[in-house]
Ligand binder design. Structure first.
Ligand SMILES: [Zn+2]
Length: 325
């Protein structure tokens, strides 16, 4: 009897902005059997704007990505390099108060409003639909299409790189259950949480403290409700960013055990000449050759007592649930 190898896994990371997902996905993607795709939802935008892969080539010209796009084109009839937005991967809106790049030709006022409306309908559907087997039929057609296409991209990337683990750090709490419901055999959801005070301290540069804290709380409350509701407990994992950076090897061991894959210490070996190919994110921010630094307590100096009071009002209850206070 030939031995059966477990099926490829597609790991989707849910986290708030500035939650540490770029660092975690880089480290996981450093596993010899893994490929970190970065923020998949933004691939159309990055292609359309001529943005670079993290290897320095334009994403559309990166040879590492070329095979994935070619396989995907053969399967779907759409070559994203030529027509980035034709393969719909779901809504990928950038808020005006965020720090991200916006493709204004694509994300018009109208499309932004339409996307927001679709998102609200999608959340309502996910919260209100009874959990019966035919529920997927009630999903918005656009949502189903976005999930199907995203999974086709994962499959093409797994084939192109011969990878047993594909990582998508797109972070959307709504996309996670949809992907999972389409393919519970292979999709796994990692909910990465980071202390609201650390996140707010980072976002304070371009956002009011109250708004940043409110967003953090909204984000994690929604994530928890949707994942608890739709993803089997054994197929989701919550990881605290602070625990990960305090002892990366121990955290990675438990993540890979959960994924039913052998851990490889190569995850934590970053040399200067390593070339990473992920879409979006900015690995230049991380000097990984020096190792992962434990979480600093910068928020203790950047947040005033008044700020801390606001954060506690907005996010205190969820922070207590995650064990931060
Ligand atoms: Zn590249």
């Amino acid at each position: 009897m030939p031995s059966m190898s477990p099926p490829d896994k597609y790991l989707y990371i849910v986290s708030s902005p500035h939650g540490g997902s770029t660092l975690l996905s880089l480290v996981l993607g450093n596993h010899p059997q893994a490929a970190n795709l970065g923020e998949v939802a933004f691939i159309p935008k990055l292609l359309a704007l001529g943005e670079l892969c993290t290897c320095g080539e334009p994403l559309s010209a990166c040879p590492h990505w070329g095979e994935t796009f070619a396989l995907l084109a053969a399967r779907t009839g759409i070559d994203m390099r030529a027509a980035p937005y034709d393969l719909y991967l779901g809504e990928a809106l950038k808020g005006k108060d965020g720090s991200g790049l916006i493709d204004h030709a694509q994300q018009t006022q109208w499309r932004y409003l339409l996307g927001k409306l679709r998102g609200a309908l999608d959340t309502a559907t996910l919260m209100a639909t009874p959990r019966w087997p035919g529920m997927r039929l009630t999903m918005l057609p656009s949502v189903r299409k976005g999930s199907r296409n995203t999974l086709a991209l994962f499959e093409a990337a797994a084939q192109a790189h011969g990878s047993a683990l594909i990582i998508d750090a797109s972070k959307s709490p709504r996309k996670a259950p949809h992907l999972y419901l389409h393919n519970p055999e292979q999709v796994r959801i990692l909910h990465l949480v980071r202390d609201a005070r650390g996140v707010v301290s980072s976002r304070k540069r371009y956002m009011r403290v109250e708004r940043a804290a409110e967003r953090w709380n909204h984000y994690h409350t929604l994530s928890r409700r949707l994942l608890d509701r739709w993803v089997a407990p054994e197929h989701r994992l919550r990881l605290r960013y602070e625990d990960f950076v305090a002892d990366p090897a121990a955290s990675l061991r438990s993540v890979f055990a959960w994924l039913d894959m052998p851990y490889d210490p190569a995850c934590l070996q970053f040399s200067d000449d390593i070339t990473v190919h992920s879409a979006g994110g900015n690995p230049a921010r991380f000097d990984l050759a020096g190792g992962i630094r434990p979480e600093d307590d910068r928020w203790k100096t950047t947040l005033s007592p008044e700020d801390l009071h606001i954060v506690d009002e907005q996010a205190g209850s969820t922070m207590r649930d995650f064990g931060y206070v």
